[in-house]
Design a protein around this ligand. Structure first.
Ligand code: GUN
Length: 292
């Protein structure tokens, strides 16, 4: 069993980002605008980590923090202002949003050229057609992990568990594209799937973003499988000083011995997400100077 180490691969990717920034060091640095609504605790943690990583690698990160009560109309106006501001390269709106704001409206208001989360229908459409696009960060990060470890994907059966717009759905498209990584036969499982283990037992690659702690167990997978765990959960553990431990959507101790490769939690997919967000921001910025 080999670990797919997201810390190593994300640092490798971020060093490339940093080198690209240095090539155009006479220009202004890349600039990412992060919009956050309200005080969702997990979102605060993610947003702080994004801004800190930006600063570490020479990207300007600006936080636009609005109260929970902001109207949808006002938020859309704020996004339009950032769309028009030429010195901002990338815009993301941290999800989830309060219930009175439509996620689709928000995503479709962000200019597809600045949509460094890769969630806009234009970017999803271009991705589906295998055209150049800004890739959603978590699925893009998983591709980078598979590439770094040179994992064979052609003709493999890839089972994706979870059909969210952020991870499962784009992941299933990416793994079925005529590309590397890709060219898999893909099965997309979700909450209405019956006999999940029928599919997982026949999988060469499992990518799980189900949002359920330790859903995937050792008796549900075959020998030699590659497992990518997108989940991260705090579960009670009285043997720890803190009273909790972090776990994923995979029961690591029973699944890992059967795997050829598996991502740890934490330290697998997590660090890759921020790295791809910064890579996307740098990609938008670079296009401005490379075309001069
Ligand atoms: N919330 C959880 N994951 C993400 C992500 O990748 N982007 C944004 N904007 N919000 C998220």
């Amino acid at each position: 069993m080999n670990l797919l180490d997201g810390k190593i691969v994300s640092e490798h990717l971020l060093n490339q980002v940093s080198q690209n920034i240095q090539k155009f060091s006479k220009e202004r640095p890349p600039h990412l605008a992060i919009i956050m609504i309200g005080n969702h605790p997990a979102s605060e943690t993610y947003v702080n980590a994004k801004i800190k990583t930006c600063e570490k690698y020479g990207i300007k990160g600006s936080l636009y923090h609005f109260p929970e009560t902001i109207s949808e109309k006002k938020l859309l106006q704020e996004i339009q202002i950032l769309n028009e501001y030429s010195e901002i390269d990338g815009i993301i709106v941290q999800l989830p949003l309060p219930k009175h704001i439509s996620e689709n409206q928000v995503i479709e208001t962000i200019s597809p050229h600045k949509d460094v989360d890769g969630f806009h229908p234009v970017n999803i459409g271009r991705m589906s057609k295998n055209l150049t696009s800004l890739l959603p960060a978590t699925p893009g990060g998983i591709l980078e992990l598979l590439k770094y470890y040179q994992i064979e994907t052609v003709g493999k059966h890839c089972v994706v568990i979870g059909r969210s717009n952020i991870v499962g759905t784009p992941m299933s498209i990416l793994m079925s594209r005529n590309a590397y990584p890709g060219n898999c036969t893909v099965t997309l499982c979700h909450t209405k799937t019956k006999n999940l283990d029928f599919f997982t037992k026949n999988a060469d690659i499992i990518i799980i973003a189900a949002g359920q702690p330790e859903l995937l167990k050792g008796n549900m997978v075959k020998e030699g499988v590659v497992v990518i765990d997108v989940g991260i959960h705090r579960v009670t553990d009285n043997t720890k000083k803190t009273g909790f431990r972090l776990t994923g959507d995979v029961e690591f101790d029973s699944v890992a011995p059967k795997c050829s490769y598996i991502t740890p939690v934490p330290g697998g997919v997590g660090p890759m997400t921020i790295a791809v967000l910064l890579k996307n921001t740098c990609q938008v910025w670079l296009q401005k100077f490379q075309n001069q």
